[in-house]
Structures are given as C-alpha cells and as structure tokens.
Design a protein around this ligand. Sequence first.
Ligand code: 1GP
Length: 250
Amino acid sequence: MVGSVEGYLLEKIESEGAIHLTLIDPERVTCPQASRIARKAKSSGTSAIMIGGSTFVSTTHLDNVIKAVKRTVRIPVILFPNNVTGISRHADAIWFMSLLNSVDPYFLMGAQILGAPLVKKYGLEPIPLGYVIIGDGGTAGVVGKAVPVPYDKPKLAVAHALAGQYLGMRFIYLEAGSGAKKPVLPQMIRIVKNSIDVPLIVGGGIKSRRQALTAASAGADIIVTGNIVENIKARRKVSEIIKGIRSRKA
Ligand code: 1GP
C-alpha cells in the first residue's frame, strides 16, 4: 500500500531525522526558472520537489513546469494540488489531501472524488494527507474556506491532526500559509508531534535557518519552504534552511 515515493520519504526521515521539501508554485515561475530552482534546491539537499499553488494555473503550464523539473533533477516530484486542476500525469506522486478545517465539503471530499479517477488513470502515487490551516492561512485559507486554528490553540491542532490520523491519513500538514508573517509556533508543533504517530509536515512563512531549526527541534519531520526559493539567492537560502534542520536537537 505504501508506494515508492512515500517509502522514500519515510526512509529519509528515518535516516536524517527531519527533511526538507521545496515547493514550486507553477503560477509564479517559467519553466527555466523552475528548472533552476529545482537544481539548486537539490544540490543544497532538498529531498523532493512539491508542485502546487493556491490559485489558478493552466494545465499546460503545470505539465510543462513538471516536465522541466523532471528533466533537471532525479528526486521525486509530488503534486500539492489546490483543486482537480492541480493534477498532472507527469508527476511521480500526489499529496492526496483533505483540508480538515474547511467548512466546504468540496475541499473535504468533493475535489478528491472528482480527482481520484485521474490519479488512477495517470498512475500517480497517492499519499494520504490531512491538511490543517493555522493562523490566517493566507491564500490557502481563503480559497479552501478554512476555519483556521489560531496559533495559540495547540490542542485544537491536535484534535484536527488526530482526526486525520484516525481517518487513515498517513501524513499531517500544519500550514500557516505561503508567505505567512509568522510560522507555526514550536509549542503547537511539539504537542501535535507528541500526539500523533504519523509524520508531521510544517510549512508557511519559514524563511530562516533559525526558524527551520526551531520547527525541526519541535518535532517537524518535514519542513516545506516555497517563497524563499523564488529569488536568485535560492541556493544560499535553501542551503541555510537545510543546515538549520540538520543542526536540530532531536
Ligand atoms: C505553503 O507551506 C508552504 O503551502 C510554504 O510556505 O511559501 O511561506 O515557504 P512558504
């Protein structure tokens, strides 16, 4: 049941303690830019590339960005879809996700029902993921019609994460929103990590080595960064983030 990309992530977490994934938003990059970001991120030590955004992208451009990334690096490409239109046959796997604190059934199960046949048809590896919006959640929170978990209510985050795990989701993602002013707080990461038995992903607003170290030390198994890779200093930035993750005290 566990596919090769999921197995790869689990092994990496097991051997490295905490890992980094790079998110590329196809709306914000050209194909050459996506290739460059992926190459630099890979050489800095990122473990996989996630592709997705919160709003709109043409499926042709999405396909082309993924093809460009796959031509450049040999690490897995995992879709991070905000809707059915975020599915591409060219990726290796897809975070098959439900936005657990959405009030809209479409984001809880509707989009998944529409997308599942495509995942099957394209032979994508689905990785079940419970997605929880923290703080204002940025664009993802608005688009997904989430009732966000406040930063200072860690027990509410635990309730969401446990519900996801008990429904069979094999990863839980605490999302502060791309470009969030404040990342998920370590107190929340720690209590969620101590309450669940599946790997914990944390992202949104992580911009520095110190913030990455804080999240990894609090128990994040996977740290996702997006915004910081979209500029020319990408390599140095990603490399700093990864150094932060690797210097954590478990
Ligand atoms: C957003 O958690 C990711 O979905 C990454 O956020 O763009 O702020 O790094 P940033």
